[in-house]
Design a protein around this ligand. Structure first.
Ligand code: PEP
Ligand code: MG
Length: 571
């Protein structure tokens, strides 16, 4: 069987089936309205307290990004629309608080479930989490959170809420499989950080396995073997040992500089969403920040971050990095990154709609505020500006005009900034890759955003779990566009970075290096590994193989070629 591998690693264990929490609501009528409203308000207070505790636990034990999931839960819990709906139900229908909460939550759940935006659809599990929390406070049943598991369990369930994922006993649970969920669901993000191999989106798994069955799950390629043979077990046990040994070795390594066997130094930076992630990045000897996703500063709040607020964040990041580069990407809102308080009308095709630089060019005030903050922070380190979702030259030229305008404003006010700050663009729309020679003449650097480039080149929504098998980073069309971008950048004398997920793909690192990619920007947890892989390669040797690989016709051929020609160099 196959699903979507979302958290790397292999696990062997026994099936532990987890039923969805059942709440048999006792719906009663003609209640004391005041009393039921009070019970509802108390439940909200208690739920908020529990969520805050979970947020702190997650912050200390897992990480800030994961803890933010619970911040969002608290915002939903205190949403005035939700409160009014429940209160109206209690008052108008005279039902008890439990029934009113259930009806109101079910209303929102079915609304989100019908949404076309896959990213918003994934939020159904958060609503279920909050609903279960409120109902369990009022009714006090044993939720899924309190289950007892045996050693070496592989948890198999329809879907896990973020609370359940965080509360999982990671000493006993060695793997996780869910029927629902996608690559970017919260459960996937948390399980990745917890280091538990996980496969999501596995159709009908609950019908195919029984309690106690032995499973092998591969969180890297999404494969699941039910009741494996002795030889399959033996083979995978050896792989698990090898992965363990490699991890150990990695931890001891921490390579200062990624230098290839033939002497080329390669920059390996990290992608971040908050300056707090810089500590981890520096601990792994990251060579800088290749992508600061600033849209996260605009999320989980109900108003714009001010210039001062942004300035302090960018300055903090620049100071922490000293002279290492900090590439700040201007707001990349829209598509799968919704900012609720913008109240942007829903597009038919959000991924290719009103998003990224299109919003910044349209809402110049927001754009200028951000640019002012970045420019002011530029004197505190090695700051560069990067624009997302550029699709034609006019957009780039307009952005540069706005930068010049903001610089003049600052000059007139005698405010310091770095006048020769570098400006680069994300190459994530095929039109830019194809026409990259012209773009290269007008920018200081490129950064290839493969997450979007793949979706636009192949016409496959990156968030659609049904199409995950079509979203292939090995497709020759994608690789040719990457090569074209690198060559055109180099012809015009500018460096070419990559900050999409592909840059941290162990199988593709040799290919990218062979193509001449200058800088890799990866998830901070992949920096050590990426540096290690690069240091085992000879750039000139693989450049020849890469030329051969670019002649191949299909993604299967590409993957097979990599497996047979580069395998010895990989971890
Ligand atoms: C990309 O598209 O590859 C990228 C790095 O940007 P994001 O994932 O933020 O869209
Ligand atoms: Mg992108």
């Amino acid at each position: 069987m196959k699903g979507i591998g979302v958290s790397e690693g292999i696990a062997i264990g026994q099936v532990f089936l987890l039923e969805e929490a059942e709440f048999n609501i006792n719906r009663t009528y003609n209640n004391n309205i005041k009393n039921e409203v009070k019970r509802f308000e108390n439940a909200i207070g208690e739920a908020s307290k529990q969520i805050k505790e979970l947020q702190m636990k997650t912050l200390y034990e897992i990480g800030e990004k994961e803890a933010d999931i619970f911040l969002a839960h608290d915002l939903i819990l205190k949403d005035p629309d939700f409160f009014t709906l429940v209160k109206n139900k209690i008052e108008n229908e005279q039902v008890n608080a439990e029934a009113a909460i259930k009806d109101a939550m079910d209303f929102f759940i079915s609304k989100f479930d019908k949404m076309e935006n896959e990213q918003l659809k994934l939020r159904v599990i958060d609503l279920k989490d909050i609903k279960n929390r409120l109902l369990s406070i009022l009714m006090n049943p044993k939720g899924k959170g309190s289950f007892e598991v045996h050693e070496n369990s592989i948890l198999v369930t329809k879907d896990l809420t973020p609370s359940e994922t965080v509360m999982m006993n990671t000493e006993k649970i060695v793997g996780l499989i869910t029927e629902l969920g996608g690559k970017t669901s919260h459960t996937s993000i948390i399980s990745k950080t917890l280091g538990i191999p996980a496969v999501v989106g596995v159709n009908e798994i609950l019908r195919k396995v029984s309690k106690g069955d032995t499973l092998i799950i591969n969180g890297t390629n999404g494969e699941i073997i039910i009741n494996p043979s002795e030889s399959e077990l033996e083979y995978n046990r050896r792989l698990i040992d090898q992965i363990k040994r490699n991890k150990q070795m990695m931890n001891n390594l921490k390579i200062e500089k990624a230098i290839t066997k033939d002497g080329f130094t390669v920059n390996v930076s990290g992608n971040i969403a908050s300056p707090k992630e810089i500590d981890k990045l520096l601990e792994s000897n990251g060579d800088g920040v290749g992508l600061f996703r600033t849209e996260f500063l605009f999320m989980d709040r109900d108003s714009l971050p001010s210039e001062e607020e942004q300035f302090l964040i960018y300055k903090d990041a620049a100071i922490k990095l000293k002279d290492k580069p900090l590439i700040i990407r201007t707001l990349d809102a829209g598509g799968d990154k919704e900012i609720p308080f913008f109240n942007i009308e829903k597009d038919e095709n959000p991924a290719i709609g009103y998003r990224g630089i299109r919003i910044s060019i349209d809402k110049t005030d927001i754009f200028k505020t951000q640019l002012r903050a970045i420019l002011r922070a530029s004197i505190f380190g090695n700051v560069k500006i990067m624009f997302p979702m550029i699709s034609n030259l006019n957009e780039l030229r307009r952005c540069k005009e706005v930068v010049s305008h903001v610089k003049n404003e600052l000059k007139n006010k005698n405010i310091d900034f770095c006048n020769d700050i570098e400006i680069g663009i994300m190459v994530e729309v095929p039109s830019v890759a194809i026409n990259s020679r012209s773009f290269a003449k007008e920018v200081d650097f490129f950064s290839i955003g493969t997450n979007d480039l793949i979706q636009f080149t192949l016409g496959v929504d990156r968030c659609n779990q049904r199409l995950a098998h079509l979203y292939s980073q090995y497709d020759p069309a994608v690789l040719k566009l990457i090569k074209m971008t690198i060559d055109n950048g180099h012809s015009e004398g500018i460096p070419v970075n990559m900050c999409g997920e592909l840059a941290g793909d162990k199988k593709l690192i040799p290919v990218l290096l062979g193509m001449g990619l200058d800088k890799f920007s990866v998830n901070p947890s992949n920096i050590v590994e990426t540096k290690y892989v690069i240091s085992k390669l000879s750039k000139q040797e693989i450049a020849i193989k890469t030329e051969e690989l670019l002649e191949l016709a299909s993604s299967d051929e590409v993957e097979n070629y990599i497996d047979s020609h580069f395998k010895n160099n990989l971890i």
